[in-house]
Design a protein around this ligand. Structure first.
Ligand SMILES: CCC[C@@H]1OC(=O)[C@@H](C)C[C@H](C)CCCCC(=O)CCC[C@@H](CC)/C=C/C=C(\COC)CC[C@@H](O)[C@@H](O)C[C@H](O)CNC1=O
Length: 154
């Protein structure tokens, strides 16, 4: 149950920030937070990461629905002690639904977190993407730690 609360929190935060950017900023407008590192730039993306598959909304709906169903089944089956794993799944669930709402309502995704990693202009993303990536990273970390522990027991 806690994991759905995390997903709801991610969705609320994601939709609030996207609404603020969409109503308070013109597209292309940029606010400097940390020079050469972090900006808030109002951007729209009709594709997936790096703008791939522009406009392929049915594909996006399909993938997102499969991802969401998979995550819910996984959360329901999760043993109680796997709390960190559940947090990761909750983050991914919230992120996937956050972008899904944008694709349904706006037919595009609002992005605004604009960072430069070194000189590389990283694609502008949003809270939903961050939650998805943190969730993915946590799942990999957990899986890696569990396999390392098993090796120790052998
Ligand atoms: C994060 C997944 C992207 C997110 O997927 C979603 O919604 C899922 C639930 C549904 C999609 C239809 C399916 C994704 C296909 C997989 C994919 O795309 C490869 C992803 C790799 C990933 C490593 C895990 C890299 C990361 C990239 C970025 C995130 O950096 C923090 C850059 C984000 C910017 O390009 C921004 O414009 C994207 C825009 O907001 C729309 N977002 C999406 O499509």
């Amino acid at each position: 149950m806690l994991y759905y609360m995390i997903a709801l929190l991610v969705i609320a935060l994601d939709q609030l920030t996207k609404w603020l950017v969409a109503t308070k900023m013109k597209i292309g407008e940029s606010v400097t937070i940390i020079p050469n590192a972090l900006y808030i730039t109002s951007h729209r993306n009709r594709g997936a990461a790096w703008g791939i598959l522009q406009g392929q909304f049915w594909l996006f709906y399909l993938i997102t629905i499969v991802v969401v169903i998979g995550l819910v089944i996984y959360i329901q089956r999760l043993p109680r002690e796997e709390r960190l794993f559940g947090v990761a799944l909750g983050l991914m669930l919230g992120g996937a639904i956050g972008n899904f709402i944008d694709r349904l309502i706006r037919k595009e995704v609002v992005d605004f977190i604009h960072t430069y990693i070194g000189t590389y202009n990283f694609p502008i993303f949003n809270i939903a993407d961050s939650a998805l990536c943190i969730g993915v990273a946590l799942v990999f970390l957990q899986t890696f730690m569990m396999s390392a522990k098993e090796k120790e027991n052998e």
